[in-house]
Design a binder for this molecule. Structure first.
Ligand code: ZN
Length: 235
């Protein structure tokens, strides 16, 4: 079942390694079926090189395996919490990519310092609060997902397609597995640039809101004008 989605998720997981966002097996990407009833995710602990499309695991929205020989990623409940809370998402990526994770470990959001950031993320990339001991003991992965969702109470997940989980790493998402990967790549580059900018100028310089708006809306929303028009677009 869901062979096409499995292929998309497989390809996106390969992209994690290609873009040097993961070491060992520290990352995973999932995709959601169009009816939002099933999630396809990377199996736990399998190297990206040896991963085959057929190895991907299909689970229902309760996390029960419906197809696949292997066990799903241990992060499966986190992905499910994000899909349940944000109904515009069809792809979620999780990495411990180095620069984004440094900000997570420092409990520091990534402020918008320039147009590269502004074209992908509409404002500061948020960090979650620390998960409590009770939350870890009761259901660590489900509660990790809930902590991310809590942080987005006043944020639009499509305008801010990334979260830094304090002391852990990054989650990104999008309308497809490939878009989730794309946002992981953007997040890591933006984190790297912010890190270097702070080395050169520890307080940075203020990046004006009007430039943030201009660059975000150039690529997103009804008046976006970046890139090539698709067939059928109004001239
Ligand atoms: Zn992790």
């Amino acid at each position: 079942m869901l062979e096409e989605l499995k292929h998309e998720v497989w390809k996106a997981n390969q992209g994690l390694e290609k873009h040097k966002l993961v070491s060992l097996t520290w990352g995973n990407i999932s995709g959601l079926s169009a009816d939002r009833d099933f999630m396809v995710i990377k199996p736990s602990g399998v190297g990206y090189n040896e991963l085959k499309s057929d190895d991907l695991v299909v689970v229902d929205m309760d996390g029960q395996k419906v197809e696949g020989q292997l066990s799903p990623s241990s992060d499966t409940p986190i992905h499910l919490e994000l899909y349940k809370a944000f109904d515009s998402l069809f792809g979620v990526a999780h990495t411990h990519s180095v620069y984004a994770t440094m900000f997570s470990q420092a409990n520091q959001s990534i402020p918008c310092l320039g147009t590269t950031h502004a074209e992908h993320f509409y404002g500061d990339i948020p960090v979650t609060r620390m998960i409590t001991e009770e939350e870890v003991d009761s259901d660590y992965e489900v509660n990790t997902g809930k902590v991310i969702v809590e942080r987005f109470e006043h944020l639009d997940p499509l305008k801010m397609p990334a979260a830094l989980v304090v002391g852990h790493g990054a989650f990104t998402w999008g309308k497809s597995p490939d878009e989730a990967l794309f946002n992981s790549v953007a997040l890591e580059d933006v984190a790297k640039m912010a890190f270097g900018t702070f080395l050169l100028r520890p307080k940075g310089i203020p990046f004006p809101d009007y430039l943030l708006r201009k660059h975000f809306l150039k690529k997103h929303g009804p008046d976006a004008y970046y890139g090539q028009k698709k067939t059928g677009d109004k001239q």
